[in-house]
Design a binder for this molecule. Sequence first.
Ligand code: TXA
Ligand code: MG
Length: 285
Amino acid sequence: MPTETVYGLAADAANARAVAAVYAAKGRPSFNPLIAHVSDLAMARRIARFDARAEALAAAFWPGPLTLVLPAADTAAVCDLARAGLDTVAVRAPGHPLAHALIAALGGPVVAPSANRSGRPSPTTYADAMEETGEAAAAALDGGPCQIGLESTVVGLLDEARLLRPGAVTRAQIEAVIGPLAEAEDDAKRSPGRLARHYAPNAPVRLEVTQAAPGEAWLSFGPSGTGPWNLSPGGDLAEAAANLFAYLRAADRTGPTGIAVAPIPSDGLGEAINDRLRRAAGFVG
Ligand code: TXA
Ligand code: MG
């Protein structure tokens, strides 16, 4: 299933057998819960308990790249396996017309983890998605290249509002709606997407590099950047986000001794880009 962020491997959220097949195709640990994708706010309210903060964020950013972790309301609509046994549920309304049409046609929530095999970079094109987990899918929708290229932002609203995964909606955009975000707890179970060594290509990744070593592939950034993989010659973070996973894959395919990545500013979307890069390099616990 294409979305505006990355391609997802989709299944009926209520169907535990289908959800089990998704975990198996990804090689994903079953303690890492999935996002329930909904067609609209009404469907979201059937499966999760919305408070005023959740209402405000949904009004501001849906449909779009924001996932809310909320208390589960209907535990059958998103099965136990999809929630990894938690009494909470992650929910988002994707902004892609094909995703919307698929979920509306099913009439219930669709779980869709990124369509990569576990630990690998998320697919941002139809071809990359097919290469990762296409064999496991009964059907596949080609929605073209993903517009954003980076996963949704995950915000927990169980007690204090917490940024569980930086993503396409920036911290500043969220804080403008609901006020300051608390830091995510150091509890991997809360959002296992924060595990170290995630989003990783085969070649080792080296960060904040100003000159690549011989044999290394070079992901550059900005007007002074060189080579075939300049994430954004104009220094635009949205363009860099859209190119990130596709360039990591393209560089990796050349069989380099490593992948060296130029420094990327950490403001705005740069927070999420640097988060993914640190995990691709295996740095973050
Ligand atoms: O942009 C996206 O969000 C993409 C597209 C396909 O929609 N999907 C995606 O799914 O990135 P996935 O499964 O790769 O990442 C889901 C993230 C993980 O970090 C997971 O741990 C977290 O959401 N998550 C899901 N349910 C949760 C819950 N109940 N509590 C805390 N974190 C949760
Ligand atoms: Mg993922």
